[in-house]
Design a protein around this ligand. Structure first.
Ligand SMILES: Nc1ncnc2c1ncn2[C@@H]1O[C@H](COP(=O)(O)OP(=O)(O)O)[C@@H](O)[C@H]1O
Ligand SMILES: [Mg+2]
Length: 360
């Protein structure tokens, strides 16, 4: 799959931009703060529906303007399509010119894998960062997953409101039963998806990691372990009941899918606690390469790669491992220096103050 055209209007630091693209290694280089990452962000938005840089849509609109527009034309094996996003005080999505009801309707039309400096948080960050990694990968592949997640979050919010009403308004505890039932059922459904993808990562990550740490010396064994409060609806339910009084006292729900996590271990030791900086970075790269393979396996074509700040983020060895793993994907690379990736069709763009020039 590849992106044929990107058109931006009043998006971030861009007034107007229109670029035609090929299924190449598209290298975008230029000084800092010129608009390199913003281009990747616009593509990401059309694939995932939200930014990887901010939760505030208003930041995406060029300062002083009231509406931003993004348009991306893509080509897949079996079809072509166009995604439009209009951002003002609300965000509206269109597929082939037709307005969509929900953000989730556009996810999965364009499949991407993003490599960027914040990826290190998959290891070093909070459980929320790890869930985000899993949830975005699964959402791209299983549209129904987003609906289940959304229903879960709504139910969770309602349970939390009710917990406070029990505490402050003397509402009956009996009603909690309804929320516990629903939450346990949805937690279990989420568990099934997350567990399936953790297993897929497990199948791939050992080999990938061996290749990266070179020559299969096997002195580093990587492992991923899913952590959840239950494996069945009954187990999630039991945990909710067990923590009920606690939850009422604290006014929020302390168990369920929103507390799921996973551990990455090297030689049986948690990388986030005991790993070196190098091991953390290599683990992240292994996870992202596993994601790349999983998406490829499922959609049967190469997802688009976005590599932000390529040179500063990865050392030479890791860069080589990454570019070796790239097959026939369309790639967008941003960096401050002009680079050429060997054995690939490079199209080079220089960027200065949101103006993109091809071929220098
Ligand atoms: N909403 C906005 N309106 C105008 N300029 C913006 C907006 N958001 C970010 N910018 C500008 O965009 C530039 C950063 O773009 P970015 O793509 O992150 O640069 P880089 O080339 O370093 O990746 C900065 O100059 C910043 O001030
Ligand atoms: Mg940048």
């Amino acid at each position: 799959m590849y992106i044929k055209k990107v058109k931006l209007e009043n998006f971030r630091n861009y007034d107007n931009l229109e670029i035609e693209l090929k299924k190449d290694f598209n290298l975008i280089y230029g000084d800092n703060a010129q608009g390199k990452t913003n281009i990747l962000e616009s593509i990401y938005l059309c694939a995932i529906g939200r930014s990887f840089q901010t939760n505030k849509d208003s930041e995406l609109i060029k300062i002083g303007k009231d509406k931003a527009k993004i348009e991306v034309d893509y080509v897949r094996k079996d079809r072509e399509g166009k995604i439009n996003i209009e951002i003002s005080d609300k965000k509206i999505f269109f597929i082939n010119g037709i307005k969509q009801k929900k953000l989730s309707d556009i996810i999965g039309k364009i499949n991407i894998v993003l490599f960027y400096p914040d990826n290190i948080n998959i290891i070093k960050g909070s459980p929320a960062d790890r869930r985000k990694f899993l949830d975005i990968m699964i959402s791209q592949l299983k549209p129904n997953y987003i609906h289940i997640l959304n229903r879960y979050l709504k139910t969770l919010e309602q349970r939390n409101i009710y917990l406070k009403q029990i505490k402050f308004d003397n509402k009956s505890k009996d009603m909690l039963e309804i929320w516990d039932e629903r939450l346990a059922e949805l937690s279990y459904q989420i568990y099934i998806y997350r567990n399936e993808y953790i297993q897929k990562i497990k199948e791939k990550i050992k080999n990938i990691h061996n290749k990266i740490t070179n020559c299969g010396k096997q002195d580093e064994e990587i492992e991923i372990i899913y952590i959840s409060s239950g494996k069945t609806k009954e187990e999630y339910y039991k945990d909710l009941i067990k923590n009920r009084e606690n939850d009422i006292r604290r006014g929020f729900t302390s168990t369920g899918s929103h507390r799921d996590d996973f551990d990455i271990l090297i030689n049986n030791k948690k990388v986030n606690i005991y790993g070196s900086q190098g091991q953390a970075r290599t683990s992240v790269l292994s996870l992202k390469l596993a994601e790349l393979e999983i998406i490829y396996d499922e959609i049967d074509e190469e997802p688009i790669l976005l590599l932000d700040d390529f040179m500063s983020e990865l050392d030479e060895n890791r860069r080589n491992n990454l570019t070796k793993a790239i097959k026939n994907n369309q790639v967008f690379i941003t960096c401050t220096d002009k680079i050429i990736v060997e054995d690939k069709n490079n199209t080079i763009y220089h960027i200065e103050n949101a103006k993109l020039k091809k071929g220098n």
